[in-house]
Write a protein that binds this ligand. Structure first.
Ligand SMILES: Nc1ncnc2c1ncn2[C@@H]1O[C@H](COP(=O)(O)OP(=O)(O)OP(=O)(O)O)[C@@H](O)[C@H]1O
Length: 498
């Protein structure tokens, strides 16, 4: 998708026409005013004249009107055509965005979320976890995933995953990238977790029954997946590159006529239309200007939606727009197609969010240091044991075996290229824990030994060896000048300061 030499990426526009739904069939409205011959989208512009039609060309036109048609694009096919490409962009470190646009009831939520059949968000999520596993096994790469889910309702942002209904503020980073302040991000461990967040947030999203749609979304929703990748570039796992990208999945509220009498619906409708009109103005400005001109002076901040979509439209993002079409509405479909035509002329300037990292001190050095430390501990224990057999407690033995086991693990780690840094650090921290435990024990014992040895020293220094007989037998066995001086050295130098 990227022109890698120039870093330019056009917004790809897809059109998708949905099948007739209940109320249309009931109204006897069973013909489709949209046609999609040769990857073009044609719309008959008047119900009464079959002569007048307008033809548009987009990246692809997706025919989902009739399941029996050989060109029918199912939810699965939609994922193959749009989702996969976007996923690849993200895995290569490019921010990406898919947004669904269209009049109310045209199929945006169905396309993005799905109902009985998965829409793009669940399909992308499922594939991401499959990829995460295979990357770990085959490519020596780690993928961390996080999500956030928010909605813009009446020009205010709300966290769909928060139990509170707090209004959130949009702010900008030093680089002028907008973000939602205090929007929660949740790390994901599996696909089921992603789905539970998606369901939880979708249930909280504001919907209402309108003439055109029984469950019409009254807000714009943004589901963001944050991908953080660590790819290891050499067999010793010493060099790796970090890639970070955001995949934004936007389900816009539908444009509609605001001549409704319900006050709340009217207010919502006005806000929705205002933000979509601002989006349209920005698309027009961008489509008429040079992509290299930058985004200065473009009125992104005139609506919360456009402010938050700044990066996706005219910024650093590979973006796909899915224009959803109703098969029966002339005016609205034509207006959607004109809007989409404008968007298809926009070129974003994209950059790969990548940084190369050579592990500080390099992994090999870290391992050697730890091995050395391990060795010292083992020798130390052995000497202690020689000096005082009473110290060979079960606990020491367990810890000693543990250290040996960890040592072996480190050895194998160095040669197994398919093991990752994550695993390595997990084991390292486990080993550190054991070592710390051991050191604490050693210190207690050492202090005890020194105390006993001092007693014996004093007796020798006083030259009254008869007193030695008063010292209990087991304390006398402790006396070993070699071990004793070694312990004192360690304690004095604070080598193993805890
Ligand atoms: N491709 C499709 N195949 C089958 N049914 C569809 C398809 N697209 C939409 N529908 C059905 O059409 C109806 C309206 O779709 P949806 O709610 O997704 O519209 P919307 O554009 O999100 O509307 P709004 O802007 O009001 O929220 C729903 O009943 C949905 O199941």
């Amino acid at each position: 998708m990227t022109d890698s030499s120039s870093g330019l990426a056009r917004i790809k526009v897809f059109t998708r026409v949905r099948p007739l739904i209940g109320r249309e069939i009931e109204n006897g409205n069973n013909s489709c005013i949209v046609e999609m011959p040769d990857q073009h989208t044609t719309v008959w512009t008047s119900r009464h004249s079959t002569q007048e039609s307008k033809r548009f060309q987009f990246h692809r036109s997706l025919w989902s009107f009739e399941e029996s048609d050989p060109h029918y694009v199912s939810q699965d096919a939609l994922y193959q055509l749009i989702g996969q490409d976007m996923l690849n962009n993200c895995l290569n470190g490019y921010n990406s965005c898919i947004f669904a646009y269209g009049q109310t009831g045209s199929g945006k939520t169905y396309t993005m979320m799905g109902n009985k059949l998965d829409g793009l968000v669940p399909s992308l999520g499922r594939e991401l976890f499959i990829l995460k596993q295979s990357m770990l096994e085959k490519q020596n790469a780690l993928l961390h995933l996080k999500i956030s889910f928010c909605e813009i309702y009446n020009e205010v942002v709300y966290d769909l995953l928060s139990n509170d209904n707090v209004k959130l503020r949009v702010r900008e980073t030093k680089n002028h990238t907008p973000y939602v302040e205090n929007l929660q991000e949740f790390p994901l461990k599996d696909f089921e977790e992603l789905m539970s967040y998606l369901k939880r947030g979708s249930m909280k999203r504001k919907t209402a029954s309108t003439i055109a749609n029984k469950t019409s979304s009254r807000s714009h929703s943004i589901f963001t997946i944050i991908l953080q990748q660590e790819r290891y570039l050499d067999e010793n796992l010493t060099k790796h590159e970090k890639l970070e990208s955001h995949l934004r999945l936007v389900d816009l509220a539908g444009s509609e006529r605001t001549n409704v009498h319900n006050e709340a619906r009217f207010k919502e409708g006005s806000h929705i239309n205002k933000s979509l009109t601002t989006l349209g103005r920005i698309l027009t400005i961008l489509s008429n200007s040079s992509s290299r001109r930058g985004t200065k002076g473009i009125p992104y901040r005139e609506s919360v939606l456009t402010w938050l979509l700044k990066e996706s439209i005219g910024g650093n993002s590979q973006t796909a727009m899915i224009s959803c079409l109703s098969p029966t509405e002339h005016e609205e479909t034509l207006s959607t197609l004109r809007y989409s035509e404008t968007a298809s002329k926009i070129t974003n300037v994209v950059t790969q969010n990548k940084s190369k990292v050579e592990l500080e001190g390099d992994l090999q050095q870290l391992v050697s240091k730890q091995e050395e430390e391990n060795m010292k501990l083992l020798q130390f224990i052995e000497k202690l044991q020689k000096g005082d057999s009473g110290l060979s407690t079960k606990k020491y033995q367990v810890l000693r075996n543990r250290i040996k086991y960890e040592q072996k693990y480190i050895d194998s780690l160095m040669y197994k290229t398919n093991l990752t840094k994550k695993l390595y650090f997990e084991r390292m921290s486990a080993m550190e824990e054991y070592s710390n435990e051991l050191l604490k024990l050693i210190e207690v014992h050492n202090k005890d030994i020194i105390r006993k040895n001092r007693k014996i020293h004093e007796i020798f220094e006083q030259g009254d060896e008869t007193k030695l007989e008063q010292v209990p037998i087991n304390e006398k066995e402790v006396w070993d000048p070699q071990v004793s001086s070694m312990i004192e050295k360690y304690l004095d130098e604070d080598v193993y300061a805890l």
